[in-house]
Design a protein around this ligand. Sequence first.
Ligand code: UD1
Ligand code: CA
Length: 456
Amino acid sequence: MKLTTIILAAGKGTRMCSETPKILHKIADRSLLEHVYDMSKQLPDNKIKIVYGHGGELVRESLNQLEATWIEQKQQLGTGHAVQQVADQIGDTDTVLILYGDVPLLKLTTVQALLANVSDESLGLLTVQLTDPKGYGRIVRNTSGQVQKIVEEKDTSDNEKLIKEVNTGIMAMKGSKLKSWLSQIKTNNAQGEYYLTDIIEMAVGQNISVITNQPSTEDEVMGVNNRMQLSHLERVYQKEQAESLMEQGVTLRDPARFDLRGSLQSLGQDIEIDINVILEGKNTLGSNVTIGANTRIKNSVIGDYVEILDNCVIEDAVIGAGSRIGPFARLRPETVLGTNVHIGNFVEIKKSEVAEKSKINHLSYIGDTTVGSNVNIGAGTITCNYDGANKFRTVIEDGAFIGSDTQLVAPVTVGKNATIGAGSTITKDSPENQLTLSRSKQVSISGWQRPIKKEK
Ligand code: UD1
Ligand code: CA
């Protein structure tokens, strides 16, 4: 089956009260339109056409990576008019699927069921029963239950207003039929628009039967028109993801306070995640990982048995098995930690490798540094990697011990098993196995008196 999917995305989205076109607003860090696109991308042999209008160039620029044909609808004269813009690109034998760019949570299985209803004698229409159908097109059926037409809210009679089954807007049919119906749509309705929904009555007139199917939940076909609906669908989406993680063996202390904005490349077992954790981009979590409260992890690889304590921010980092991070640690891009490394509170690491069993436990900045194994870096150690113009590397070899409050002025190397005395400013390489310190001699002055405040 050759498929053409038309995603309608030209609408204005006035109620978002935003400079950003509606379809670029995001759920889980992905635009509404990308959610629809990604779902339809999973259908085989599918040509995707996106009808855009409002915020045109911005929409195309931000999403030009999508494999789709963009068709501009210069004036938004209705859903029928929108589909007409694509008519000359529809093959007669194609099956055509119509989707909305602002309905982000529609499921592939629902669409597959819809497509299964398309033949030369029938079309597929996705409908839903709503307790409050106000604003939607109503599905009018005859006494034997067959769909006759769709009536828009503003064109309904009092009786039709009572109908609770509504049009989701999502439908599928044969290309040749669609094209002939499109050419007959008129604007003789309450809104003076070209209604795509008029094609239903035309189909019925030609003995094409309208076969309906329903989504598994209302939220699947809910559109985003304002920020309340956006936040509602964000939570629906997050709840689904959280449930899927729990099914795979992850403990979430509170699924309502967990956000996955991206994907998990792989996932171990017996992972425990405390509240207010955000996983962004592409992450990998090993088995028996624990993540403390209020932690954000982006594009990182976390090994087995890693313990991340509360309030950490981790980005583009690799953390070896058995390591312990935080609380209050920040791992910046290109941090690579070996196994059983300890990174403690108020430690920032950037573009550095730290080999196994090394410890940086308190109040340090380690940047552009190679740290060997079994190194102990005392509290308050700073690598001075930047002279205001260029950056330089620090090398700390295996077994070194860096006393507290040391500044390592790069480029500099601390040799194997070297010890640096506390409070040193190290500007030259420090030989292995020796104690190196740079510290002014301590003096005590006897008979010294504290100054006394003068009387006025
Ligand atoms: C439409 C349906 C209605 C259905 C409802 C479901 C018609 C005439 N009515 O109503 O039966 O219950 O959706 O939400 O089809 N769009 C364009 N160009 C246009 C107009 C709309 O691209 O000229 C796009 C919008 O961006 C949106 C979609 O089409 O993604 C639906 O448009 P909208 O204005 O929300 O349609 P409704 O009037 O709500
Ligand atoms: Ca709408």
